[in-house]
Design a protein around this ligand. Structure first.
Ligand code: PLP
Length: 913
């Protein structure tokens, strides 16, 4: 999409490679640097003008989508090149290149000046980048889509600049494009765009060849034939909103504004204005629109509260900091944290603050703004992490005896949530990745099978909820839409809990959003409203015939009855894991048409689990994290993806590093049967962006590119050892480990320097390995090979969930494995009913062979891998013991090495305490 048609022959075929789309901001800075260095060579007489012209040509169409440096400065540069002013061109190229790299144009007026070394800011722009107090104002860009974009754009730009006032809270520049396709390109490539103004009469097709763009448009369902006239105006508004929902859209029209405004599709438009007379109105609306996202009601009030003189006569002596700053003994804490954190501490819920437990003021408002931002109906802030969010959702929606279908491999908060709520877990195993000692995600077929089995036994009414982790720790992303549609086709009122602890950021990527809980719920709701959906359902019903067999239902992609199903979707996310919230800041997102019927229960669950002393700073950080994502989330997430793709490429292509380390591609993380589209990996030769989009749309599982499994067993390290080495000696921290791999992740905090540092350190480690191998001779090489073999091949089989002991199966049916885990859990509270068996003992072997069955009294969770290999009431089998014996980790929660496995004595299992 970055090439002009005329230049296409000179560009390599991998223009639309997946990493290219995400690398535009970084690649832009690189291109400017290359131009600058060509200009310097020219000025010094080391080279001619041609390389400079070629470098400029190389920018292609990219630059049109950015306000800086903009047409004016670029034409000055072109002039200097054309007139042979090598010195002048080099000077300007240096300034532009630096401004782009450091982003100084966002607050430095001088950067916009065509005159070099001006000491005076230009009259036109003076004072416009800072407020009256002299602080920098946040900067954004407005996209203008209009016919005659070049001329009109310059005019609008100048007009908008004239309207700037000192009291404006923000400052913006405009970018103009002439067509629908260019508009889509611009908002995908330029993260600074926060508002869009559409003028009637723009073209559809871009002047530039844009294969990537066409595939994005096609994937989003756009088709030129459908987009003529007024339709195109509203279709573009709708399309831009689908790609970046946070952006404000304005329409300027010379005609029938009333009719446009009255069109049902105009809901995606913030304001429709009559063009000729409304420039000031537009300017004020644009500032107000960004202001609405900038506002952080709770944080704003907390700041105000902190500046007021307040005497407190209740708890929390640390509030106001007097006990700290007057102390001889703990003053360093005050010096370390600064005064504000104490001024902002309060146990009050009045005086400009609000109550998290019963919000009526600015917390309520902050939650409503978060709901809007994340595409939910309701949002609840939680200050004890997603561990608590999950327990809240379980308790709110699950009554004792209800069946919950869940991944045995999920976070412990779900298992404990079920113990507390009394729900019966129906564990479904994810597909195993034995070579790397980890599980993938739960195949939809297995979930459908469980639901159909429940149905066959007349117990489907007991199934209340499907509870899945999206994405998994290792990056497997579900096809949430498909999972929900097919499950709803079997039971139309199922509730879904999607644990998106790691995936909250995904809402801010148009590529990942459709595979989030809220994104999928949105798609399904739109599908339900489409009359064609009923027809599709009826057609499938006719094909399936009466009483279709389970086999047939399992083999069919089921369509639910759009008139019967209910959207009841809950998402939990650790805002602190992927956005700028303080640790433990978490949210519950709700999109439940029946929420009113469970609202009271939901509040009870909040009361059960939430602290009565929630931390003000955490609440404020949730408010601020939302602001950041709404204003710069798109660019930050695109950057995190770029970094991840960089790491993937650099490690796997590096001649030395790739001898010992390897990053697992999508093809290795997701078995082929779940990649129906044929997608291989982001970095595979020949895979382009269209393939990636198709994979995201169709495949059962995709890989989140930001979650990177680095195999280190091939370098002779087990995961834990390698993680420790990197942390202790190189100050690089990794996420989790497996027997032979570590998990890296990129997030909105990473920069390209982090990638460089990682590559440098990996190279050092490889050098050391090579040195040691060279010194160790044959014997050393043999030892190394044996170590690698043991790590990579001698891996224990993963123990699937065995079954609950008969005593805990209650009224369970024959076909499904659910059980009363809570009763088993409490059975462990009675010492006389418990026993211990060491896993290495002869007794253990004998019990496995001859019985009586060994029944786990508690959860046994080794770290890594971090999932419960035993849950209360579960029968211990040979597979479990084999796994535990092979496991060489030190940390096993719920297992005392000295005493052995804690078991419930079979003769006590039936006790009802
Ligand atoms: C981390 C995590 C949680 C718990 O979240 P906290 O915010 O740490 O309490 C829940 N589920 C998954 C999948 C997680 O990774």
């Amino acid at each position: 999409m970055n090439k002009q048609r005329t230049a296409s022959k000179s560009r390599p075929a991998d223009q639309d490679r997946i990493d290219n789309l995400f690398s535009v901001p970084g690649a832009r800075a690189d291109r400017w640097r290359a131009l600058h260095s060509a200009a310097v060579d020219w000025a010094r007489g080391h080279a001619g003008r041609e390389p400079v012209e070629a470098a400029l040509e190389d920018f292609g169409a990219y630059e049109e989508f950015f306000a800086y440096p903009g047409q004016r400065l670029v034409s000055v540069l072109k002039d200097r090149i054309a007139t042979g002013d090598a010195e002048g061109a080099a000077r300007l190229a240096r300034r532009l290149s630096e401004s782009i790299l450091t982003r100084s144009y966002k607050h430095d007026t001088g950067a916009w000046d065509a005159v070099d070394q001006s000491t005076e800011p230009s009259v036109e722009l003076s004072s416009s980048f800072s407020t009256r107090e002299g602080t920098h104002r946040p900067y954004f860009e407005m996209l203008v889509v209009s016919p005659y974009a070049a001329e009109r754009g310059a005019l609008i730009g100048a007009e908008m600049r004239k309207l700037r006032r000192r009291e404006d809270p923000f400052v913006y520049e405009t970018v103009s494009v002439p067509s629908f396709e260019d508009a889509v390109c611009a908002i995908l490539l330029n993260p600074a765009i926060a508002a869009v103004t559409l003028y009637e009469g723009f073209e559809f097709a871009s002047r530039h060849a844009a294969p990537v763009l066409r595939s994005v448009l096609a994937a989003a369902g756009f088709d030129e034939a459908h987009l003529r006239g007024e339709d195109m105006l509203l279709a573009l508004a709708d399309g831009l909103k689908r790609l970046r929902p946070e952006i404000d859209i304005y329409i300027l029209s010379d005609r029938h504004v009333e009719r446009i405004a009255g069109d049902a599709r105009a809901t995606s438009v913030r304001r429709v204005l009559y063009s000729v007379e409304e420039m000031l109105e537009l300017h004020l609306s644009v500032l107000e629109g960004v202001g609405d996202r900038f506002r952080t009601p709770f944080f704003d009030n907390l700041k105000k509260y902190a500046t007021r003189p307040i005497s407190t006569f209740h708890a929390l002596p640390i509030a106001r900091g007097k006990s700290v700053f007057k102390s001889d003994w703990i003053r360093d804490m005050g010096e370390f944290y600064g005064l504000n954190i104490f001024l902002a501490e309060s146990s009050a819920t009045t005086g400009g603050l609000d109550s998290l437990l019963e919000p009526t003021g600015n917390i309520k408002e902050a939650q409503e703004m978060a709901a809007r931002a994340f595409g939910a109906d309701h949002v609840f802030f939680v200050t004890n992490g997603t561990s608590t969010s999950n327990k809240m959702v379980h308790q709110a929606l699950i009554a004792p005896g209800d069946i919950v279908l869940l991944d045995r491999n999920c976070h412990k908060s779900h298992h404990y949530g079920l113990v507390l709520a009394g729900g019966q877990p129906l564990y479904i195993d994810a597909f195993p990745m034995t070579e790397y000692s980890m599980y993938g995600a739960v195949p939809l077929k297995r979930i459908k099978k469980a639901l159909l089995d429940l149905k066959a036994e007349g117990r489907l009414d007991r199934a209340k909820m499907v509870d899945l982790t999206n994405c998994t720790f290792d990056g497997h992303i579900y096809n949430c839409r498909r999972v929900m549609e097919e499950c709803l086709a079997i039971k139309p009122d199922l509730i879904f809990l999607w644990d998106e602890a790691w995936f909250g950021f995904a809402h801010w990527s148009p590529f990942l959003r459709p595979r989030t809980a809220m994104g999928a719920a949105d798609t399904i709701e739109k599908w339900m409203a489409d009359p064609a959906s009923v027809t599709a359902w009826e057609k499938q019903q006719a094909e399936l015939g009466d009483n279709p067999s389970s086999e047939k239902l399992l083999a069919t992609r089921l369509i639910p009855d759009p008139r019967k199903i209910k959207i009841r979707v809950y998402q939990t996310n650790s805002t602190h894991k992927s956005m700028s919230a303080l640790r433990q800041g978490s949210m519950v997102l709700v999109r439940d048409v029946d929420f009113r019927t469970v609202e009271a229960q939901f509040h009870e669950a909040v009361f059960t689990h939430a602290s009565t002393s929630p931390n003000q700073q955490l609440i404020a950080s949730l408010d601020v994290a939302r602001r950041q994502m709404e204003l710069e989330g798109y660019g930050l997430v695109a950057n995190a993806i770029e970094i991840a793709l960089d790491i993937r490429r650099e490690v796997n292509r590096h001649p030395l590093i790739s001898k010992y380390f390897r990053i697992l591609g999508a093809d290795e993380m997701v078995p082929a049967e779940y990649r129906e589209s044929g997608f291989v990996d982001f970095m595979t030769e020949g895979m382009n962006f269209a393939d990636q989009v198709r994979s995201m749309n169709e495949d059962e599982f995709c890989l989140d590119p930001t979650r990177i499994t680095l195999v280190c067993g091939t370098a002779g390290f087990d995961g834990t050892q390698f993680k420790k080495l990197m942390a202790d000696e190189h100050d690089i921290q990794f996420n989790k480990t497996s027997r032979n791999s570590v998990l890296l992740q990129s997030n909105i905090n990473n920069t390209r320097s982090d990638v460089a540092q990682l590559i440098r350190v990996l190279m050092q480690i490889c050098d050391q390995i090579e040195d040691q191998l060279a010194q160790g001779g044959d014997n050393g090489r043999k030892l190394f090979a044996a170590r690698v073999k043991s790590l990579m091949e001698d891996v224990p089989d993963l123990p699937d969930f065995s079954h609950f002991h008969e005593a805990y199966r209650g009224d369970a049916g024959k076909l499904t494995p659910e059980g009363d885990m809570r009763r088993a859990f409490y059975g462990a509270y009675y010492p006389e009913g418990c026993e211990y068996v060491p896993i290495d003992s002869a007794e253990c072997d004998q019990r496995l062979k001859q019985g009586p069955e060994m029944i786990s009294a508690n959860f046994v969770i080794p770290y890594p891998p971090g999932f419960p290999i035993l849950v209360p009431g579960q029968v211990v089998t040979q597979a479990t013991i084999d796994f535990m014996r092979k496991l060489d980790v030190k940390e096993i929660h719920g297992y005392e090495r000295a005493r052995g496995l804690k078991l419930i004595r079979p003769d006590h299992a039936a006790d009802r305490h």
